[in-house]
Design a protein around this ligand. Sequence first.
Ligand code: B12
Ligand code: SF4
Length: 474
Amino acid sequence: MRVLLLRPAAEKKSMARVLPLGLLAIGSVLKRAGHQIKILDLRISNSPDDELKSVMQSFNPQVVGIGVMTIECKYGFIDAAKVKEINPEVTIVFGGPHCSHEPKFILNDPNVDLMVSGEGDISIVELIQALEEGTDISNISGIAYKKNGTYIRTTDRPVIRDLDNFDQEYDLIDLERYFNFQSSMDFFPVYRNKRFIPLVTSRGCPFKCTYCHDIFDKSIQYRSPEVVVDEMEYLLNTYGIQEFHIVDDVFNVNMKRAKIVLDAIIKRNLNVHISFPNGLRADFFDDELIDMMQRAGVYRLALGIESGSQRIQDMIKKDLDINILENVVKKLTRARMSVHGFFMLGFPSETRMEMEQTIDFACNLSLTTANFSLVIPNPGTDLRQTFIESRESNFEDFSEYTFDAASCNASEVDGNDLTDLRRKANRRFYLSTQRFQHVLRAVEPKWLLRSIVNTPLALLWRNAIAPTNTPTQN
Ligand code: B12
Ligand code: SF4
């Protein structure tokens, strides 16, 4: 079958030059199953409407798969309508992080025919085959659809364990378009070489933080270190990729395995840059790991810290002792790694004092950069359940969700004050001589100028000056 896989055009502010790994995974398995695949990432298109129309005409797909995060689903619906307008015969299948739960919300859209929940790699192959052969789809696990006005959700699909059998078919993507794309995040020193690529070495995480997804079933599955490093070498030799961003949920949770991967990179002498932009755990480091990271080429990493209040840490089940952070961040920056801290403001019942505690905490760590997000109760999280119980009014309408906010607030602080606090947090964090000193210490001289100029200005603009949405008061 001809299957077009689509990532909808999204808010300009949220654009990063990151390959759609979900679509690549889905496209790869379908290609190997003998289907014709085209991946169209409208986030990086200069004229998404024209491009969609042109691909619909030239490729003439029978099925269009649309992959969405929660913040993107409203754009997915808009593109679904455009697809049906061009060709009403096309079958539209939704998938992606927003689709692990909430089938009704997705299937209520008149243009959506089917939804694949959670990991889609096996479900989609069975589904497309059934659509091609016109056979019954009710016994395919991990999908949802509407039949005679009733929502049908089939049994859950067990998590995939043999990830080594799911290679990426990189030729499905025009990588050069990503390297040359001018992203709104390009201000950041988030890469050293434009030819970087995101890479997944494991899926999932065993922790149960209340705000986090369960796409991979709250368990962790690993790719073999050798397979990962083979892929890196292939990408280096075939496409000249000199930088890898490892976007696992939590790469260092198994320190032994993390060291084996790093050791393999060191031994192959790949001489590449490595970054962990997605939040490592601060409580899974030792001196050996830090040393190996440095030798493997790691120059930047992010830590998921979230809160400077131990009460909040415990409430969100992060299981992180905040007392260890100062030491860990110091060690990492001493090893010339630039360290980013992720913080969140606005948890249910969180008070102004606790938020200020978080801001103080962040400012006092020797981090190079940080960002302060407002809490968003995404589907499939325990946090969302808490919002449901607190009868928060506006949280149900996912079309209200944006990159910055969810238009809902179950904290003890009024919505406007919360937005103000977030701006203040960013100003305080970045406009300090202390921060300058930390940047000087963490970044190698060669990269210093770019970082000094770009980082504070860009983050200040993005987080403290650019307009944001204000969460509705409880
Ligand atoms: C890398 C990453 C990023 C990168 C790049 C994101 C991007 N634009 O592609 C960056 C750092 C920029 C980022 C930012 C954000 N992210 Co992010 N990110 C991730 C991360 C760690 C990995 C994504 C990935 O590539 N996974 C590997 C692929 C294989 O998995 P996958 O995409 O889920 O695909 C599988 C299924 O979903 C499904 N599938 C996917 N697409 C499709 C399509 C079809 C048709 C079908 C049938 C199936 C299907 O099958 C795939 C294979 O099994 C995930 C967590 C995770 N481990 O997945 C969070 C995650 C996707 N991010 C999340 C969020 C919330 C964000 C932000 C909104 C956070 C914020 N407020 O700043 C921003 C949004 C930025 C934006 N607009 O792009 C949430 C999404 C939750 C939700 N319900 O939407 C996740 C799940 C993390 C979490 N803790 O909850 N992110
Ligand atoms: S936030 Fe991090 S540690 Fe917590 S469950 Fe998600 S990936 Fe795991």
